[in-house]
Design a protein around this ligand. Structure first.
Ligand code: PMT
Length: 411
């Protein structure tokens, strides 16, 4: 089936010499049956004209946030909602900087803030500019927030330089949009449950035992599944993160509460991912009133008892057992301890997380994982948690499919 037929694509064009190549890109989209609306920045009009783009896209071209006529036809918020994908080709260093800082000073940047559609960027600029730390940082920020990129390519540039900075070819951008839309819904109908964040185990009415998990890794996994159309339940410990689009969130505090929701949801799920940093122990008895400091006591002993092991309980289900993926946060013997947990908890896959490294793991924007499954292993090198989550979803789906076809060879 043609993935682009009837799809709504907003093409943003910014001021680069590669703007002329976007005409061919739009022609390919139209030929594939997509509905295209072009947003042209003011300075991009020095490179391509609204009239040409109107003729090629079949729709009026939007150029200004403050154009009452254009707003009457389709207001910028309406355009943001209309889009299935927003593509910016070429994406200059300037627009990357403005998107990274969340500016909304023209139609294109405003639309990007207002849309829930995935954003595909085709950067194009001088090779020296592309190598600049500021551009790299802006791109990393945008990717960490979920933006996709295609290119740039290496080669001879309009300015005479040779290097990385040429916009990807129209056919490559077209393929990237097609792949994005394919991935958009290839997991439709798959029910996934993910645990994320820490748990809080009450000591008394004002104190608790917890850990440094921010929930970022688990939320990124939920987002990565939801981006591909899966129906995602996110069982979240106490964290201050926005819920990813199209994700059902269940907020919990304690491991016991997380266990209750996880067991109910796991039986309805095809995949269960335990990314939460669950407290292994809780108070044997939560004090009814605030514990008081006394002059007589220099030490205080708390008696703790084991919490239920959520992921082991899910993996022990005999009926309606999902594909079970665990995490292992370790500070030493990372691979060895993770593989032991894979076996001991009867998991299908485990992601070993070296939390002794300060730049990854708890609370950080980036992470790196070594993923193990019975008889196999893959390393996912350091990247934003969302980039890693997307790669992890690929691995989970591949291995779940293999497991299923081994059980049901005809499928
Ligand atoms: O949240 P962030 O700040 O983004 O950080 C991410 C992370 C470091 C928390 C995450 O990547 C991670 O490693 N999560 C697992 C942390 C952990 O508790 O690991 P563990 O080795 O103690 O537990 C092993 C597995 O058993 C995990 O899947 C855990 O969810 C599960 N478990 C543990 C105890 C318990 N009582 N029930 C469980 O289900």
């Amino acid at each position: 089936m043609n993935k682009l037929a009837e799809k709504h694509i907003v093409v943003g064009i910014t001021a680069g010499i590669a703007a002329y190549k976007s005409i061919e890109f739009i022609r390919l989209l139209r030929k594939a049956g997509a509905c295209v609306r072009v947003v042209l920045t003011e300075s991009a009009q020095a490179f391509v004209t609204p009239l040409t783009l109107q003729a090629i896209s079949g729709n009026a071209v939007a150029t200004s946030l403050l154009d009452p006529q254009a707003e009457l036809a389709m207001g910028h918020i309406e355009l943001a909602k209309w889009a299935d994908v927003v593509v910016i080709a070429p994406a200059t260093a300037d627009v990357l900087a403005r998107l990274a800082t969340g500016q909304a000073d023209d139609l294109l940047t405003t639309l990007c803030l207002a849309t829930r559609a995935p954003l595909l960027l085709a950067p194009a600029m001088n090779q020296q500019m592309f190598a600049h730390a500021a551009v790299k940082a802006n791109l990393a920020t945008l990717k960490a927030r979920g933006a996709h990129t295609v290119g740039p390519n290496a080669g001879e540039q309009a300015c005479g330089d040779v290097g990385l900075g040429r916009m990807a070819e129209p056919s490559e951008i077209f393929d990237a949009v097609t792949a994005l839309l394919h991935r958009e819904n290839d997991l439709a109908g798959l029910v996934v449950s993910v645990t994320a964040g820490p748990t809080q185990e009450a000591i008394d009415p004002v104190r608790y035992i917890s850990n440094h998990s921010s929930g970022k890794m688990g939320f990124a996994i939920a987002q990565a599944f939801a981006e591909r159309g899966a129906q995602v339940n996110l069982i979240a410990g106490p964290v201050v993160l926005a819920t990813p689009a199209n994700v059902t969130r269940i907020d919990v505090l304690s491991a016991q509460e997380m266990h209750r929701h996880a067991m109910a949801l796991a039986k309805q799920s095809a995949v269960f991912v335990g990314c939460a940093a669950v407290a292994d122990y809780k108070m044997a008895q939560v004090a009814e009133h605030k514990l008081k400091k006394t002059d007589a006591q220099d030490t205080l002993t708390l008696t703790l008892v084991k919490n239920p092991d959520i992921i082991a309980s899910v993996a022990a289900l005999t009926a309606q057992r999902p594909f079970v993926v665990g995490f292992a946060a370790e500070t030493q013997n990372v691979a060895d301890y993770a593989q032991r947990k894979l076996a001991r908890k009867n998991l299908d896959m485990i992601c070993a997380n070296d939390v002794s490294r300060k730049e990854i793991g708890f609370g950080q924007e980036q992470n790196a994982l070594s993923v193990f499954w019975p008889g196999g292993q893959a390393d996912l090198p350091q990247a934003s948690k969302l980039t890693l989550a997307r790669a992890l979803v690929d691995l989970i789906i591949t291995h779940r499919n293999k497991t299923q076809s081994a059980v049901n060879p005809k499928e």
